[in-house]
Design a binder for this molecule. Structure first.
Ligand SMILES: N[C@@H](CCC(=O)N[C@@H](CS)C(=O)NCC(=O)O)C(=O)O
Length: 207
């Protein structure tokens, strides 16, 4: 394999790898296996939870977890992360960790509630996830200036944009958060994002 290959799903966590590769001008391949395929023994060897995305590298290595994939891409190809060791890098890492460990899983709890509870508890589970995200979106709104890392657009902004796409009530998510609105609209208009979204297979499976 001479170039990167993303194992993904339309509209899902593989978007971030596509956005960043396109920002960097790196050609890649992508496949969208059906859900049964990613829950097979073969795929569990790539990701023990049978989740996407997985990045297959030209040298044969496989990387899963979006944070690790983003780090790989920003380290090798783009300027979309602050220099390691700078104060901005600590801020960047903090927001990346916050999004990956809190906002992303809260969307997972809403879109894949059956992993976490019996159906009778879905409403409560989802309500708590939405409440946690509301706190975090308020925090992010207060911190944007206009990007997560101030004047510099970073991969963290693209990550935030991807996560926001999975919101089940975008009107509420955007309400009274003018800086968040402006950021999401700006990201949505970037060529890398427009091209990625236009190339997604029809069936959208968020979260
Ligand atoms: N922590 C993982 C989460 C990956 C994840 O939840 N992927 C979703 C799609 S966005 C998935 O595969 N969902 C199907 C499932 O959990 O069975 C990451 O950051 O890569």
């Amino acid at each position: 394999m001479s170039r990167y290959h993303i194992v993904g799903r339309a509209g899902a966590g593989s978007l971030i790898a596509e956005f960043l590769f396109r920002e960097a001008g790196v050609d890649y391949d992508i496949s969208f296996p059906d859900p049964a395929e990613v829950k097979s023994p073969d795929f569990y060897a790539s990701n023990p939870l049978g989740r996407i995305p997985v990045l297959l590298c030209p040298d044969g290595r496989k990387i899963f977890e979006t944070l690790a994939i983003i780090n790989h891409i920003t380290t090798h190809f783009t300027q979309l992360a602050p220099p390691v060791g700078s104060p901005a890098y600590d801020r960047y890492s903090q927001f990346m960790a916050l999004m990956a460990t809190s906002i992303y899983p809260a969307y997972h709890r809403q879109h894949h509630s059956y992993y976490y509870a019996d159906e009778s508890a879905f409403e409560s589970l989802r309500g708590k996830a939405v409440a946690e995200q509301a706190l975090l979106y308020d925090y992010i709104e207060a911190e944007l200036a206009p990007y997560i890392c101030g004047a510099d657009l970073t991969a963290a902004d693209f990550y935030l944009y991807m996560l926001s796409r999975w919101d089940l009530n975008k009107t509420a998510m955007r309400a009274n958060r003018p800086k968040l609105n402006a950021l999401l609209d700006e990201l949505r208009a970037r060529p890398s994002v427009i091209e990625t979204l236009a190339a997604q297979p029809r069936r959208k499976q968020p979260g």
